[in-house]
Design a protein around this ligand. Structure first.
Ligand code: MN
Length: 321
């Protein structure tokens, strides 16, 4: 998915200065963002109070939407740089095309992982025909400086490993959880996991005290460390935890996001993550000129045009503001 916000505002984040070293319970509410004509998403990261969780730098939650008589998701070709995109569905399907020639349908609980590295472009659409309901999350992972110019790559993984406890299935999407590792390529110590809780479940999820964590609620009635978190909201948990208490009053679907606090300061604007204003400005210019980011074949429609850069240079402001 793309940041289709026409008033794309820069956000600068990263650095260890603003990481919460102890366990906290900080409820993050979403900002509603319209993506094109057909889809509204709830944006959890970047958030006014918090911009990253580990290397996770962008989280959109969408649906469940009834798209039986709708086009559904229609995100035209657009560029990425300096990040990985993670597509994760609970219902429906998304057809991914990219400038490497990938053409892949992504279904519920399959990992679509695109590493942009120095440059890639892609489109995402609901295929025709498609399932009635569309429900998922789109996330970005910032690449560390040493790997941000890697060759672009697309991975599709099915049959991801899971950790189970009574009433809980934790499917490892990216990184590692309790000894189970995702086959997806990760560039920083990170975890992304899908948590399925059954009604009445009480479970404790083992965590790494060196990681910071957050949990996104996607469906159902769940309590995370005693805090009720409604679908579409996210609870930031800080660092220093060895386990996380979870309870569910009904069947519930959550996403655990965590990682070693991202040490570098980054500049994020539109669909790019960089280290400086000039990096961003050059990437924008290259997309306008039609160079570097390649071509996406087969999407019925024009590619996205880049919004204008805001006046003045993009400056670092820390990871929470
Ligand atoms: Mn995208």
């Amino acid at each position: 998915m793309s940041n289709l916000d026409r008033q794309a505002t820069p956000s600068v984040c990263g650095g260890r200065g603003f990481v919460v070293a102890e366990p906290v319970r900080e409820l993050l509410t979403p900002r509603r963002v319209q993506l094109g004509e057909s889809t509204e998403v709830r944006r959890l990261l970047p958030n006014l109070g918090r911009r990253m969780v580990g290397a996770w730098a962008f989280v959109d939650h969408y649906g469940p939407d009834d798209i039986a008589d709708e086009p559904g998701m229609q995100v035209p070709p657009h560029p990425h740089m300096g990040l990985q995109t993670v597509s994760w569905l609970h219902e429906g399907e998304v057809l991914h095309r990219d400038s490497l020639g990938s053409l892949q349908q992504i279904r519920p609980r399959e990992l679509g992982l695109m590493t942009s590295g120095r440059a890639i472009s892609h489109s995402e659409e609901s295929p025709k025909p498609h399932a009635r309901f569309l429900h998922g999350a789109q996330l970005w992972v910032a690449l560390p400086g040493s790997d941000r110019h890697v060759e672009p790559r697309f991975e599709h993984h099915t049959g991801l490993p899971a950790v189970t406890a009574p009433g809980l299935t934790a499917t490892v999407i990216l990184g590692e959880l309790d000894g189970a590792a995702s086959p997806g390529t990760a560039y920083t110590p990170i975890v992304g996991a899908d948590l399925t809780l059954t009604a009445g479940a009480e479970a404790r999820l083992p965590l790494d005290p060196d990681f910071e964590y957050a949990v996104l609620s996607m469906s159902g009635e769940a309590e995370i460390d005693g805090v009720p978190v409604l679908p579409g909201s996210m609870l930031y948990l800080g660092c220093g935890r060895t386990e996380l208490p979870l309870r569910a009053a009904s069947d519930a679907g959550l996403m655990l996001l965590g990682g070693e606090p991202f040490a570098e300061e980054i500049v994020m604007w539109w669909n790019f993550i960089a280290r400086s204003h000039d990096d961003i400005s050059r990437a924008r210019e290259d997309w306008v000129k039609g160079v570097r980011f390649g071509d996406v074949n087969g999407y019925a429609g024009a590619r996205l045009s880049a919004p204008g850069l805001p006046p003045g240079p993009l400056k670092p402001r820390g990871r929470t503001r």
